[in-house]
Design a protein around this ligand. Structure first.
Ligand code: XMP
Length: 516
């Protein structure tokens, strides 16, 4: 049941395909990503009012280069080709593409020849700053097209066929480095005739109706609340749809940050028909972790224990027909990868993946269509407080993957205390929102220090702070020295058992965000 209008983004493997969809959605139009090798019928099923062809890493004139099912161009809706998508369009319609003598990577300028089509957002005759990333260029236009902008190395930087309502741009309007890129995309959406009907309030209405239809009049639903933004928003949305037929369970695994359990209890108090069920399972998890130092063994034991505890709680509550999962849109996009090769498991992620099969429940995935930034907006719409909606991600296995070496209650307590100091100082410095994550890692290393007149031989702790947009890549944050100094001196003075603080200056890749 899709009530909103749809734009389809055909993915040719660009790093920024998701960004196209996000920008379009920010402009009030629902966008969905479909891989380039899907048959045109899959696109037609969505009844899109417009199609955008993404960029990609290939060269269209090379054998085996990804192409479009030609029937897509016969759907009769406007098409916008971006970078490689431009070549796909030109190639399919009888024009030619060649290697450009000069590559353009990064900021560039296009000269606007005519303020129409993809250049209609620009001023005629102006030099427009854009962002380029290409080694090829259009050599000859297909019949019916004309050029509306050119750049130094590319004579056809923006083209239009007004009759067939097809546009192509060599530059990337979806990235923020093309200052008026959003206007270019907006002009294309207008050409398609979108009424811009994608809004969070509309999504809530549609989604509530969809959940009601899936769960039926008597179905019951169980939700594992972690306190993170995804599960919290998913729970509130399901709550709005089915009220007292939802039961939410929070598992206290003893691996949480300071005050975390109380904060989650407070946040949901009064927001749910049925009170939040808290499963107190710290001893069980810690018993499973006794003597374990291998990160993968820790992760597997925690995952298995979580399923056991959750299953037990579900039975105690009399079972349920469905389980809520906080799956997001990036998890369901079929990725186009040209890297090839088998992928390796870096870390076994802990989630409730195995639960529905084991417990024979259906799943409800109310956030399947949303990007993370939309989930945050939805959270605000559903009345979650700002701090909650902007909380940093916290891994399922919790502090167990931040206490390196054996996980004991005492070592978790030590880390909890240090971690709380880090968060306090980061918040006080006003840096929390610009970081993706910031936390402490207790190292299985002791070092010699001197306190007062005495020798100490205690633990070292690493501070990890990263900037990222999706956790796939991350850079270590250039925190001000004064903030690092304050964190270090407070931890060493306030947390017993830690006498040295280090700052982690590794990026992902090659490091990962968490240490285990
Ligand atoms: P890494 O360490 O792989 O982490 O760079 C990427 C992001 O994922 C989070 N993370 C997890 N989240 N279950 C989760 O729900 C897990 O098992 C898990 N392990 C890592 C991590 O905090 C970072 O945001």
């Amino acid at each position: 049941m899709t009530a909103h209008q749809t734009l389809v983004v055909v993915d040719f493997g660009s790093q920024v395909t998701q960004l196209i969809a996000r920008r379009v959605r920010e402009l009030g139009v629902y966008a969905e990503i479909i891989p380039y090798d899907a048959p045109a019928s899959r696109i037609a099923e969505r009844s899109p009012l417009g199609v955008i062809l993404s960029g990609g890493p290939s060269s269209i004139y090379q054998a085996g280069a990804p192409r479009l099912d030609p029937a897509v161009l016969g759907l009769g809706v406007p098409v916008l080709g971006i970078c490689y998508g431009l070549y796909v369009l030109v190639d399919a319609l009888g024009g030619t593409v060649e290697a450009a003598g000069e590559h353009e990577y990064g900021p560039a300028t296009v000269q606007v020849l005519a303020a129409e089509g993809p250049a209609s957002a620009f001023d005629p005759g102006s030099d427009e700053p854009v962002w380029m990333s290409h080694g090829d260029r259009v050599a000859a236009l297909p019949a019916g097209f004309r050029t509306v902008a050119r750049s130094r190395s590319c004579p056809h930087a923006a083209i239009v066929d007004p009759q067939r309502r097809m546009w192509g741009v060599q530059f990337h309007p979806e990235v923020s480095h093309t200052p008026r890129g959003t206007e270019v995309l907006g002009a294309f959406l207008d050409l398609c005739g979108f009424s811009r009907d994608w809004s969070m309030s509309r999504f809530v209405e549609e989604s509530v109706a969809r959940i009601q239809a899936r769960v039926g009049k008597t179905g019951t639903v169980l939700c594992g609340l972690s306190g993170g933004v995804d599960s919290s928003v998913a729970a509130l949305l399901v709550e709005r749809a089915i009220g007292d037929r939802l039961r939410c369970v929070f598992v206290d695994n003893g691996l949480l940050r300071r005050d975390e359990r109380a904060e989650v209890e407070r946040m949901f108090a009064g927001r749910l028909h049925n009170p939040l069920v808290v499963a107190d399972a710290a001893d069980r998890f810690l018993a499973q972790l006794a003597g374990v130092t291998d990160p993968e063994v820790k992760r597997k034991r925690i995952g298995a224990t979580f399923i056991d505890v959750f299953d037990h709680e579900a039975h105690r509550l009399g079972g349920a027909d469905f389980l809520v999962q906080g799956t997001l849109y990036p998890d369901v996009i079929e990725s186009v990868s040209f890297q090839g090769g088998p992928s390796v498991t870096i870390k076994t992620h802990h989630n409730v993946g195995g639960l529905p099969e084991r417990m024979k429940m259906g799943v409800v995935e109310p956030l399947r269509e949303l990007f993370k930034d939309e989930v945050r907006r939805l959270g605000l719409q559903l009345g979650l407080p700002e701090d909650m909606v902007w909380r940093h991600p916290f891994p399922g296995p919790g502090l167990a993957v931040r206490v390196l070496g054996e996980v004991t209650k005492e070592r978790c307590d030590r880390l909890r205390q240090a971690d709380a100091v880090i968060l306090e100082e980061i918040r006080a410095a006003g840096l929390y929102r610009q970081l993706w994550q910031v936390f402490g890692v207790l190292l299985p290393v002791q070092s010699v220090g001197v306190m007062g007149d005495g020798r100490t031989y205690e633990n070292a702790l690493a501070v990890r702070a990263v900037e990222s947009t999706d956790a796939m890549t991350a850079d270590w944050a250039r925190l001000p020295y004064e903030v690092l100094a304050k964190i270090s001196s407070r931890i060493i003075n306030e947390v017993r058992g830690i006498n040295r603080v280090c700052y982690d200056i590794s990026s992902k890749p090659p490091a990962t965000i968490e240490w285990e």
